[in-house]
Write a protein that binds this ligand. Structure first.
Ligand SMILES: *[C@@H]1O[C@H](CO)[C@@H](O)[C@H](O)[C@H]1NC(C)=O
Ligand SMILES: *[C@@H]1O[C@H](CO)[C@@H](O)[C@H](O)[C@H]1NC(C)=O
Ligand SMILES: *[C@@H]1O[C@H](CO)[C@@H](O)[C@H](O)[C@H]1NC(C)=O
Ligand SMILES: *[C@@H]1O[C@H](CO)[C@@H](O)[C@H](O)[C@H]1NC(C)=O
Ligand SMILES: *[C@@H]1O[C@H](CO)[C@@H](O)[C@H](O)[C@H]1NC(C)=O
Ligand SMILES: *[C@@H]1O[C@H](CO)[C@@H](O)[C@H](O)[C@H]1NC(C)=O
Length: 433
């Protein structure tokens, strides 16, 4: 099955290929931890208990359907894609992750201490996301920090995080937006490594858009940060006999990806999926759903998405040991295509103040709903609202293929760095009871 599918996959490079990514800014230093741990340990313990549940159930409103249209079609564009020094100042505020604080509810604040790393010093940042290297002239988009409404997050402290990750295995699973977060994390962490040669891809592989597995080893800290490309999370197979002619691939919604067994044995596991669940990337390409060995030609894409997520839920519940592995699921990453045109991507110089419903997405809703029901702890990284403001953060035409504008992926440094800051703040806060 595996090898058959690989062969098949090679024959169809066009639709394997595609998401790129973007940029974002970040910063922050998890501040000097000792103080936090000592003074805040009781607080953290209480917070971990209650906020864990809170993060799993962020408030979420019904989706606005008019928005669904533009976001569900706008990634078509990707079908054509081919392939400073660390801030030293220390925050004076204690992290205040009390149970009332939803760190995903907040605003962007201008902050000159960002970005968190210099792209030129990170060999694992792919060209397509390095907007400055690709000719972007304005750099205000690099200088924003995320400020939660009801609490502060600790600044990113690379030394503390490197130490925290010692001996661990971090695994990202998903589409190119997961690859972006993976690259962002690697670059944020590399900033704290003096001997850059001690950080390497395990098999010496270069980063490409279709590669299924990449692993960066931080040898001096004995940990790896890996990325598995699994755009739907569930397993495609060749078209069954006697299927209608338009069917080219059956996406088996009831079977998790065949590489999923490689995700199990890790310490931190971060999922995403969403950007490929569109009519143009599925039905128009001859990809249809299958459940229980039967084609479900009439099933809607949203229905397929929900079914796949339930398969993911059963997999997590049966395979993941919650005392070993901390699981996260990132919600839909906001896009900024102007309505009506897939080609219409205007990257602004400043974040926008009105998100016009873009802070919600139907897939984020589904993810939040399904995660709620998982019997082991899973934390939603609800990045949809914060991304909605950042129309300034996309790759636009500053990618490796300037002829195809991109309002889906983010420049790096940029917005995905903040996803990692929040991820680390959650990990470190539940580590310190
Ligand atoms: C979505 O787009 C299609 C075609 O582009 C259009 O016919 C339909 O009315 C749109 N739906 C909404 C809810 O805007
Ligand atoms: C991809 O590019 C081809 C030619 O370069 C064009 O005909 C096609 O419409 C493009 N597809 C999308 C989805 O933009
Ligand atoms: C590296 O980490 C692994 C756990 O991932 C551990 O078993 C091993 O002993 C560590 N090696 C060293 C040299 O610390
Ligand atoms: C990676 O890219 C470099 C430069 O393009 C090339 O020299 C090298 O052979 C590539 N490595 C692999 C494993 O493909
Ligand atoms: C390295 O290569 C081995 C053998 O081909 C493969 O199983 C493994 O997944 C690769 N690891 C990474 C991180 O690329
Ligand atoms: C969650 O579980 C409840 C109760 O078992 C069920 O009614 C609901 O449909 C489930 N939601 C999802 C998204 O699976």
């Amino acid at each position: 099955m595996v090898s058959r599918f690989r062969v098949f996959w090679r024959l169809r490079p066009n639709f394997i290929d595609f998401l790129n990514l973007g940029k974002l800014k970040a910063r922050g230093i998890f501040k000097s931890l000792n103080g936090i741990i000592v003074i805040g340990s009781l607080l953290f313990f209480i917070a971990a208990l209650s906020s864990g549940y809170f993060f799993m159930f962020p408030t979420f409103q019904p989706v606005i359907s008019s928005h669904e249209n533009s976001t569900l079609t706008d990634l078509d564009i990707d079908m054509n894609s081919t392939s400073p020094e660390r801030d030293v100042h220390i925050s004076s505020t204690l992290p205040d992750l009390d149970s009332e604080c939803n760190v995903f509810d907040g605003k962007w604040v201008a902050d000159e201490s960002y970005p968190l790393y210099n792209a030129a010093q990170c060999p694992f940042l792919e060209r397509g996301f390095n907007c400055l290297a690709n000719g972007r002239r304005d750099n205000g988009y690099l200088k924003w920090r995320w400020q939660p409404k009801d609490c502060d997050i600790p600044r990113f402290d690379v030394e503390m995080v490197l130490e925290f990750l010692r001996g661990k295995r971090v695994v990202f699973v998903g589409d190119s937006l997961s690859r972006t977060q993976w690259e962002s994390m690697v670059c944020m962490l590399m900033n704290g490594i003096k001997d850059k040669r001690s950080v390497y891809e395990i098999n010496g592989s270069n980063i490409t858009k279709q590669i299924r597995h990449l692993g960066i080893r931080f040898s001096s800290f004995n940990f790896t940060v890996e990325f598995y490309r699994s755009i739907f999370l569930v397993q495609p197979r060749q078209v069954p006999k006697r299927a209608p002619k338009r069917v080219k691939v059956a996406l088996q919604l009831d079977r998790l990806d065949d590489i999923s067994k490689e995700w199990i044995d890790c310490d931190i596991l971060i999922f995403n999926t969403g950007h490929w669940w569109t009519p143009t990337k599925l039905f128009d390409m001859g990809w249809y759903f299958q459940v229980g060995g039967r084609m479900k030609l009439g099933m809607s894409i949203t229905g397929g998405f929900k079914t796949a997520l339930r398969t993911w839920k059963s997999w997590v519940e049966s395979k993941i040991n919650p005392s070993r592995t901390r699981v996260f699921f990132r919600t839909f990453e906001s896009t900024h295509w102007s309505s009506g045109s897939k080609q219409n991507c205007k990257v602004t110089q400043q974040p926008i103040s009105k998100v016009n419903g873009n802070d919600r997405h139907p897939y984020s809703d589904v993810i939040i709903d399904v995660v709620k029901n998982v019997s082991i702890p899973v934390t939603v990284l609800h990045v949809t609202p914060m991304g909605a403001f950042r129309s300034d953060g996309h790759v636009g035409t500053w990618s490796d293929n300037p002829s195809v504008p991109d309002c889906s992926h983010w420049c790096l440094p940029g917005v995905p760095d903040v996803w990692n800051e929040l991820l680390f703040s959650l990990l470190l806060s539940d580590q310190n009871p």
